[in-house]
Design a protein around this ligand. Structure first.
Ligand code: IMP
Ligand code: MG
Length: 187
């Protein structure tokens, strides 16, 4: 019998090995860039960033702390960017004078990250940078300056490795392209 995700999967875009190789490289680069930095705080954007954070942090040798923020977009379909962004869960700590690295799964239209950056910059961090596993440059509606990008991908809806298909399949170890117009049934 096939796996439950198979009927939604058009193709594997980034396999498990390629993901892990790239994440190790990002971790090494971040470790070098922040080598002399005190007060490094990784901020993981829930829920999509959680797999990436867990693997990335294991390759960051600089002492650092981790915190979480949950953000959602609303006002449009599940697979469309709406431009309306809301905080579901804020940080539990002050970020003033801390070096902040935001860890996100994907930058699509850019509205979500634009909102997060505007919000966090008002709290006076010592520095504020973005690390995203995936970026779809062809979908950008607001320009975002990205400091670390795992992979640039085409304008296709993807799932797995933290990214969901209507909340399912975040656990897959690879990033796959969803078949066009595929709807989730009762899984
Ligand atoms: P943006 O605000 O349009 O940049 O969208 C960012 C958010 O939309 C991400 O944090 C994801 O939660 C979601 N998203 C965008 N593209 C995809 C995708 O291809 N698969 C799964 N989620 C996506
Ligand atoms: Mg996200």
């Amino acid at each position: 019998m096939g796996q439950p995700y198979e009927k939604y999967l058009q193709e594997i875009l980034i396999g498990e090995d390629a993901l892990q190789v790239r994440i190790r490289e990002l971790g090494e680069q971040i470790s070098a860039d922040y080598a002399d930095t005190k007060n490094l705080l990784l901020i993981c954007i829930l829920k999509g960033g959680v797999m990436f954070l867990a693997d990335l942090a294991r390759h960051i040798t600089v002492p650092h702390r981790v915190d979480f923020m949950a953000i959602s977009s609303y006002g449009a379909g599940v697979r469309e960017a709406s431009g309306h962004v809301r905080i579901d869960m804020d940080l539990r700590q002050d970020i003033q004078d801390k070096h902040i690295l935001i860890v996100e799964d994907i930058i699509d239209s850019g509205h979500t990250m634009n909102y997060i950056l505007s919000l966090l910059s008002t709290r006076n961090p010592a520095s504020l940078r973005v690390c995203t596993l995936l970026s779809k440059p062809g979908r950008r509606e607001v320009p975002i300056s990205l400091d670390y990008v795992g992979f640039e991908i085409p304008n296709k809806f993807v799932f797995g490795y933290g990214l969901d298909l209507d909340e399912l399949f975040r656990n897959l170890p690879f990033v796959g392209v969803c078949k066009p117009d595929m709807q989730i049934g009762d899984e």
